[in-house]
Design a protein around this ligand. Structure first.
Ligand SMILES: *[C@@H]1O[C@H](CO)[C@@H](O)[C@H](O)[C@H]1NC(C)=O
Ligand SMILES: *[C@@H]1O[C@H](CO)[C@@H](O)[C@H](O)[C@H]1NC(C)=O
Ligand SMILES: CC(=O)N[C@H]1CO[C@H](CO)[C@@H](O)[C@@H]1O
Length: 462
């Protein structure tokens, strides 16, 4: 519109030239104007103008309507009233049907589903030899599965993959082209595989093949997510004395945690007899929702916090007490809907063209995303897995997998649970900075992963 008006104006000037001279100044203004408009357009200013204000209550994303009934019908294997609007119907090429069912009545604790690229053979080897080891803790039965797409034109790499799958029997392959913008397909094919071939686990961890994972810390986290890792940090007195430092903490609001229960409100605080320690919660309560900043700032913030954490870890390095034991013995109920990782509560779509993450208004009209968990690593309870899977049938496809799951979760009324120890960037490594780390991004180098995993394991942190 604006551009059109400007063009008209220019033509107008051009045809008038015979009659009178345009001053250089005037032309300068016009060029300046065009420049500004081009710049604004580039940074998406005009798109911003037409954005719809995100409002939790009035948010709609197709399918437009309540889907709970349909989801429940699908879960009961019945025909829903309204046909699904979105399904990822790609065939499985490799399925590993035996993977989770070696013993018919096995209940698994955690299943790792690793999003991997076909050619990352070395990374998979490193994971199998580090955090992906299946029999590490006798009381925490786990499975590790790698999910890949296809490489249509590279027969050699495909053949190598088949060989690898034959040896380790831990590779699931689906028939879609493996690429960045197909990550949603990969994620949803993973869900499909889990629901069909591996429904006998209590938790499911989705993780990229360039992540460090502490199985030990994850196992602890899923026992008591609300208080991780604070209940491990001993001595309330010491903690209170350093409230000033801890106040920066960017944690979810614990006061109203209910984990999206279906029938009961689980008051974790009272269940874990934590009343005595209420100060701990209050001190972390306040600064909760400050995720409304850009990712870069977030990283800086976390980097600044690093020194505090290191300081605290030194302070809290004390022997186990009874209270800690008691908290460790806590177990989340089976019907809990946990969807946890590093959560962005209020982040905005990229509107400047040429961004890798550029999103048109047609794809998504709101000025903010719903809360979403960054894609590198997140953990789901079985109930959350099932509800998200069937709700995805009623959620319009979106190209970014983490945003897509955020949209699905919103529809399913599952509020993502934030935990800072899922580091979506590479947390600076020192022997002691990884004590409570659950995951850290940035371990694409297999040797580095093996090295730090072994070191952390020796320290009792992995
Ligand atoms: C995603 O996979 C589908 C199915 O193989 C393919 O048709 C499509 O081109 C892929 N998209 C991208 C962006 O690679
Ligand atoms: C929480 O923050 C608000 C403003 O951000 C402040 O007024 C209030 O005193 C804080 N509460 C606590 C318990 O620190
Ligand atoms: C989010 C959620 O589902 N909350 C429910 C928890 O349980 C109580 C008691 O049944 C319900 O009223 C809430 O709606």
């Amino acid at each position: 519109m604006c551009c059109y008006l400007l063009q008209c104006y220019l033509f107008h000037l051009y045809f008038q030239r015979g009659r009178r001279n345009i001053s250089r100044v005037k032309l300068g203004y016009v060029l300046w104007g065009i420049g500004m408009i081009a710049l604004l357009e580039f940074f998406g200013a005009f798109v911003h103008i037409f954005e719809v204000t995100y409002d939790e209550k009035n948010f709609v994303y197709p399918y437009k309507g309540n889907v709970h009934e349909f989801v429940n019908a699908l879960r009961r294997n019945e025909k829903p009233e309204v046909e699904p609007i979105n399904e990822y119907k790609y065939a499985f090429i490799l399925t590993q049907p035996q993977k989770c069912k070696e013993n018919a009545d096995d209940t698994l604790r955690i299943v790792y589903i690793v999003k991997s690229a076909i050619e990352n053979f070395d990374r998979r080897t490193a994971i199998r030899n580090s955090w992906g080891i299946e029999k590490r803790f006798f009381d925490v039965p786990t499975r590790t599965i790698f999910v890949v797409g296809t490489h249509r034109y590279d027969q050699e790499v495909e053949a190598k993959l088949k060989l690898e799958a034959g040896i380790y029997k831990d590779i699931v392959q689906a028939d879609f082209i493996d690429s960045y913008y197909n990550n949603t397909i990969k994620t949803m094919m993973s869900f499909k595989w889990l629901v069909n071939y591996c429904p006998n686990s209590k938790f499911y961890m989705f993780v990229d093949d360039d992540m460090y994972v502490s199985v030990k810390n994850l196992a602890t986290f899923i026992r008591n997510p609300a208080n991780y890792p604070f209940y491990l940090m001993e001595s309330r007195k010491v903690y209170s004395a350093h409230k000033r430092e801890i106040k920066q903490s960017d944690l979810m609001d614990y006061s109203d945690i209910n984990f999206n229960n279906k029938s009961v409100t689980y008051d974790l605080k009272s269940k874990t007899s934590f009343t005595e320690d209420s100060t701990i919660h209050e001190s972390t309560n306040n600064n909760s929702r400050k995720n409304n900043m850009h990712e870069k700032q977030e990283v800086e913030l976390n980097e600044n916090r690093k020194t505090e954490n290191e300081y605290l870890l030194r302070l809290f390095n004390k022997p186990t007490s009874n209270r800690k034991r008691q908290l460790l013995d806590f177990e989340l109920p089976d019907d809990i809907r946990l969807f946890a990782g590093f959560v962005f509560m209020r982040s905005a779509p990229h509107r400047h063209k040429f961004s890798k993450w550029y999103v048109t208004l047609k794809e998504y009209p709101y000025h903010l995303w719903p809360p979403y968990v960054t894609a590198g690593a997140y953990v789901l309870s079985k109930e959350a897995l099932l509800d998200l899977y069937y709700t995805s049938f009623y959620t319009k496809h979106f190209k970014f997998d983490d945003i897509f799951l955020g949209l699905v979760a919103k529809k399913a009324d599952i509020v993502p649970f934030h935990c800072e120890e899922f580091h979506f960037y590479k947390k600076a490594y020192t022997k002691h900075s990884y004590t409570y780390v659950i995951t850290s991004h940035g371990y694409g180098d297999p040797n580095e992963l093996l090295q730090i995993w072994n070191e952390q394991k020796a320290l009792g942190n992995a």
